[in-house]
Design a protein around this ligand. Structure first.
Ligand code: SF4
Length: 376
């Protein structure tokens, strides 16, 4: 069992906060890129690094903006996967879509191709946010596209929201959260705004044109989000992810369960047999290397220490936490680890039983700090 992630490295315009890999000038080589992605699918099927992977349970079109691709391009990619792998008949097939690409026609086409889950980048329901973020859609388009997707019969819909936005009050944030709840959306991913280096947001912040939210504001918005989602029947199954019963994202959950996945496309990452590999994050270099069938990725064999750290970093973000057995198989708890765990438990950040350790609601506010304190 495994998943396939396809990175579609194209966007219509650059959002001010984004540091993902994509290009906005792609029209002249988009078909070459799709050919290269298909070629990589053929190559990885024969690759010893992915030995034993035959059955695919999830396919995820991410990016970039996969909804930029037309029906034929998406079909070409799905056909390539079906020709090389055994895709389960019940596979979860997700497409990340931006509101401005969503119409009744496009949603119908995606469904015809077997895409059964949409993840829509809404980000905010405040017009001024969408403008400084340089998003390609308005609030009205964001709302419309949700109605369009639902009317077209998408029953597994996820939206992305961002909190901790400059000048966003707690009331305004809760209004955004209420809207997705009232719209009956099955899954919500809510991320805290981070100011990444080399983004135009970073520039705006350093020029003091924008004041980022304070830690306290971010914490208040996160805690209010968690309470409200819980009260409305959503499970917080991972720090940033909330789902109605039966609607957890299978693909992303499998990352956290360390189930193998194959990453296709520039900058995509893969994991199998304790190896991680990552593709070159440059469109031209990627296509050239795929054409030459060599040198498009780097690879790392994870040792016990790296696996221990990864287990904590990802596992503590999930509601299930980290199974102690899995840690014990890798290394022993040191006296220092035990002291750390006891101290986190005392502060109400972590719970522990005979089988696992997991974070409490308060602990989730500092998940990365807690995980890294336990790194070996
Ligand atoms: S559409 Fe998504 S990937 Fe593209 S620039 Fe905006 S946030 Fe980044």
């Amino acid at each position: 069992m495994a998943g396939i992630y396809l990175h579609i490295p194209f966007c219509k315009q650059k959002c001010s906060y984004c540091d993902f890999h994509f290009s906005t000038t792609f029209e002249v080589y988009r078909s070459q890129m799709v050919d290269a992605l298909c070629r990589e699918i053929d190559l990885v099927q024969k690759d010893a690094d992915f030995e034993g992977i035959t059955s695919i349970e999830t396919i995820y079109f991410g990016g970039g903006t996969p909804s930029i691709l037309n029906k034929n391009e998406l079909k070409q990619l799905l056909d390539a996967i079906h020709s090389q792998f055994d895709v389960n008949s019940t596979a979860e097939i997700t497409l990340e879509a931006n509101p401005d690409d969503i119409s009744t026609e496009s949603v119908n086409q995606w469904q015809e191709l077997g895409i059964n889950r949409l993840s829509i980048g809404i980000q905010s329901f405040r017009e001024s946010d969408l403008r400084w973020m340089n998003r390609a859609h308005s609030v009205e388009e964001g709302l419309n596209c949700i109605h369009i997707a639902q009317a077209a019969g998408i029953t597994n819909l996820s939206v992305d929201l961002i909190y901790g936005l400059p000048e966003l009050t707690l009331n305004e944030w809760m209004d955004h959260v209420s809207r997705v709840i009232e719209l009956g959306i099955q899954h919500v991913s809510a991320y805290c705004l981070t100011v990444e280096e080399k983004t135009s947001l970073h520039h705006m912040v350093s020029q003091q044109k924008i004041r980022p939210a304070s830690d306290d504001e971010q914490h208040d918005q996160f805690l209010a989000l968690v309470d409200t989602m819980e009260q409305n029947g959503y499970e917080q199954y991972e720090i940033s992810n909330f789902a109605k019963a039966g609607f957890r994202a299978v693909h992303n959950s499998n990352y956290w369960k360390r189930i193998p996945y194959i990453g296709i496309g520039p900058s995509a990452h893969s994991f199998h047999l304790q190896k991680r590999r990552w593709n070159v994050a440059n469109n031209r270099a990627y296509m050239k290397a795929i054409h030459e069938e060599k040198g498009w990725f780097e690879i790392e064999q994870l040792d016990n220490r790296a696996t221990w750290n990864e287990l904590l970093l990802t596992g503590l973000r999930t509601v299930e936490g980290v199974r102690l057995n899995e840690l014990y198989e890798l290394d022993a708890f040191t006296t220092e680890d035990e002291q750390q765990l006891a101290s986190f438990a005392e502060q109400g950040w972590l719970s522990r039983n005979n089988e696992c350790i997991a974070l409490t609601k308060q602990g989730r506010l500092m998940a990365d700090h807690i995980a890294s304190s336990l790194f070996h």
